[in-house]
Design a protein around this ligand. Structure first.
Ligand code: AMP
Length: 394
């Protein structure tokens, strides 16, 4: 892995692929600055060595040059977070873009307009990639969130930098965190996989079966297993077509000596709503008219004991319908147990949209070892895929 520290950026102009695909409200204000803050260490490092920074990113999925997707909307926020004036170029390629780059001085930052104003970006067009490569002398990829895409700015551009290309700090941290779960972590290694459906987590679970000692299955996925084992699921979410798969998975885990842990009890509601009447049932006996939406108290305790005994913990997917406050206890408890284990020395990685959202919502952000910034990229890494953006740097 070629890291940032292996270069001297003095008098170099770094093209940094950042992931500034941030959420904006109706007033075009950035509502979550995590991704901008996450790119700051790389930019700070390059500036401190006397380098110039050219930031390239996408924002949303514009159809043509829609103003609401202009990166000029976030320039003030980026300037504030970086603590320097960030200049803006109204195009990311072409003579005027190159002229602005040429005028840039050491210690200065220029942000280019949305890469996705050009369809060539997502097409991975080689000529567009070459145009982008003219914006600097070193290519730094710090956009983990798009590292699973073979786009012009995330992958193809790297061809134009023989040796002068490297990982940014964020990308490096993401890759090392995933390696710590998949390759180098201390045992016992635990994966907690929750979420709505088994069908969307099959490849991850398969891939994890070769890496972990324990697997907790949580969320709506549980009831496909319950049904597969001959239990009653009531109105709970269930994928009958995946029951055979669930049984095969349990057999496979047994052969590999991996322990699968399911909830023993669940909290169900008499309708899919926060205000539903609640009852606790054994996981194998959920009556008709009841929909299981959270882990029950005995399951919470069982998972707590297991989590505290593990040294490496991966969490992907909530343990229930955490968006309903009355059914969020299992997800909060899992987060708190992981936080406690982390405090006791375990390494914890939280990744994938909804578990990250849950950790933030319940104020546990600073209590985990690492929270991934990339949804799809994180999931593909856990599936064991080599991401094109990462491969392109090697
Ligand atoms: P995923 O994107 O697959 O990780 O799924 C996350 C979603 O799963 C969240 O929106 C949760 O509300 C949902 N979920 C978790 N547990 C259940 C459940 N028991 N019944 C229905 N949906 C669930």
């Amino acid at each position: 892995m070629r890291a940032l520290n292996q270069f001297n950026f003095s008098n170099e102009c770094a093209i940094i692929r950042v992931d500034f695909n941030v959420p904006l409200n109706d007033k075009m204000e950035v509502t979550d600055t995590t991704r901008i803050e996450a790119a700051k260490p790389t930019i700070d490092h390059i500036l401190s060595e006397g380098g110039k920074c050219v930031l390239i990113s996408h924002l949303g999925r514009p159809k043509g040059q829609e103003p609401k997707y202009s990166l000029s909307n976030i320039i003030e926020t980026v300037s504030q977070i970086l603590g320097v004036t960030v200049y803006f170029s109204e195009s990311c390629v072409g003579p005027s873009a190159q002229a602005q780059v040429a005028a840039l001085q050491p210690g200065e930052v220029l942000m280019m307009e949305n890469l996705r104003y050009h369809s060539e970006e997502t097409e991975g067009d080689i000529n567009f990639s070459e145009e982008l490569s003219k914006l600097g002398t070193v290519y730094v990829n710090d956009a983990f969130g798009t590292a699973h895409r073979a786009h012009a700015s995330t992958t193809i551009i790297a061809k134009f930098f023989k040796d002068k290309k490297c990982f940014g700090r964020l990308l490096e941290k993401e890759v090392l965190s995933i390696e710590r779960v998949m390759k180098t972590g201390d045992s016992p290694i635990l994966a907690i996989i929750g979420g709505a459906k088994v069908s969307s987590k099959i490849t991850i679970i398969e891939s994890l079966l070769d890496k972990v000692d324990h697997l907790i299955i949580g969320g709506g996925m549980v009831y496909t297993f319950t049904k597969a084992m001959g239990g009653m699921v009531g109105n709970s979410i269930c994928e009958p077509d995946y029951c055979d798969y669930a049984l095969q998975l349990m057999n496979k885990a047994k052969q590999k000596n991996i322990k699968i842990h399911l909830p023993v009890d669940v909290v169900a509601g008499d309708s899919f709503s926060n205000d539903a009447k609640q009852k606790v049932f054994k996981v194998m006996h959920i009556p008709e008219g009841w929909e299981a939406m959270d882990a029950g108290p005995k399951s919470i305790e069982k998972f707590h004991n297991l989590i505290l005994n593990c040294k490496t913990i991966l969490w992907n997917g909530p343990m229930g319908v955490f968006e309903f406050s009355n059914f969020s206890k299992g997800t909060i408890a899992a987060g708190e147990s992981i936080a406690e284990a982390t405090n006791l020395g375990a390494f914890s990685l939280v990744g994938g949209g909804d578990s990250v959202a849950a950790v933030k919502q319940f104020g546990l952000e600073n209590k985990m070892s690492y929270i991934s910034t990339g949804g799809g990229a994180m999931l593909e890494s856990l599936e064991g895929k080599v991401l094109p953006g990462i491969e392109a740097l090697s």
